[in-house]
Structures are given as structure tokens and as C-alpha cells.
Design a protein around this ligand. Structure first.
Ligand SMILES: [Zn+2]
Length: 189
């Protein structure tokens, strides 16, 4: 398969262009109201340039997200939050390299470089995010044997993060999604 850098080189620049040239509030049919929420996915040091699983030019989304977030009173952020020795790390499988795949009980798993280990600087949200009104940070991927890309459901397809129930309880019905990386955690969310 293509590695993340190649995939993002193709997808990222397209998504960035679309976002930058046509902000969501420019479309007359889209209204951000009290039932709307912005989900900011995994804007963490490991996924930014210099990080262990960096998205090429991923830092360019940060000011865009900061600008978008000003239009939302409800913002939720997610944080990839793995145990050391997590099943999604190539280093946990002798002889395997990052971006190879293995078969797990729940299906095919891409193996990644070690990233977003709980409590490390790499797992921290970017210090350049400026979204003080964010109400909730959902951590995911903290079950050692299950990966989690989506903000809602882990990679086994059944373990929930609790986000859907929280949104329901808060009567938030309309979601806008931004973050890193567009080919995995944003797409799965
Ligand atoms: Zn991860």
C-alpha cells in the first residue's frame, strides 16, 4: 500500500485547497447554530511535522481550524492515546515494518510507527491550537489490543468512545469535521 506521506501528498493538498478557498460559512445553505459542533480530530504533535507519524504540511491545517472554530460555540477535540506497546505499532510485532499490515481478530490492521503514547509530548495537542471554548476531549486507542481511528467507534467496529451518547445528551445534531489525518482518522470519523 501507499504510505501515509504519499497518500497525504495527494489528498491533503486537495482538501486544504477546498477548505481555504471556500470556508463553510460562505455557503448560504450552511448555518452554524446551537445544534452544530465542530470535531477537531487528532491535531497532535506526532501527526505534525517533526512528529513520529507526521502528515506532510499537517501544520497548515492548524490556523484554518482555529479560524473555523471561532464560528462554533460547541467544539470537541479528539486525541489518539495509545498504550506503550500498542497492537497498532510495528515495533510490537517482531519482523514487521511500519505501513505493513497484519490480520487481527477484528480484521486487517495497518502497522504504524510508535505514536501518541499516553502522557508523552508527541501525544499532546498542538500548542498552536487556539480553541479555548472546546468542551470535550475524547481520547481513543487506549485499549492495548484495538486500534481506533474514528472518534465514535474503535477499529473492532463495536467498542464505542461514548461520543455519540454525549452528542445526543447535549442535543448536538450537526457535525463539521476537521483535523489530521484526512485519510484515516478524519475519514473514519
Ligand atoms: Zn494511532
Amino acid at each position: 500500500m501507499r504510505n501515509r506521506r504519499q497518500t497525504l501528498a495527494a489528498l491533503g493538498s486537495i482538501a486544504m485547497t477546498a477548505i481555504a478557498s471556500r470556508p463553510v460559512w460562505a455557503a448560504a445553505s450552511i448555518k452554524i447554530d446551537d445544534a452544530s459542533a465542530l470535531l477537531v480530530i487528532d491535531v497532535q504533535n506526532c501527526f505534525l511535522p517533526g512528529g513520529s507519524l507526521a502528515v506532510k504540511e499537517g501544520d497548515q491545517v492548524v490556523p484554518v481550524i482555529n479560524r473555523l472554530a471561532k464560528g462554533f460555540s460547541n467544539v470537541v477535540m479528539t486525541q489518539d492515546w495509545h498504550t506503550a506497546g500498542h497492537v497498532s505499532f510495528a515495533s510490537s510485532h517482531p519482523g514487521k515494518k511500519p505501513f505493513e499490515t497484519i490480520d487481527l481478530a477484528y480484521g486487517k490492521q495497518v502497522l504504524w510507527p510508535d505514536h501518541c503514547v499516553q502522557g508523552t509530548d508527541g501525544a499532546s495537542l498542538s500548542k498552536d491550537l487556539s480553541i479555548p471554548q472546546a468542551e470535550l476531549i475524547i481520547r481513543k486507542g487506549y485499549h492495548k489490543d484495538v486500534d481506533s481511528y474514528s472518534a465514535f467507534t474503535e477499529a473492532d467496529g463495536k467498542t464505542t468512545t461514548g461520543l455519540a451518547a454525549w452528542l445526543k445528551a447535549r442535543k448536538l445534531q450537526r457535525l463539521f469535521i476537521a483535523g489530521l489525518a484526512t485519510d484515516f482518522c478524519v475519514a473514519w470519523t
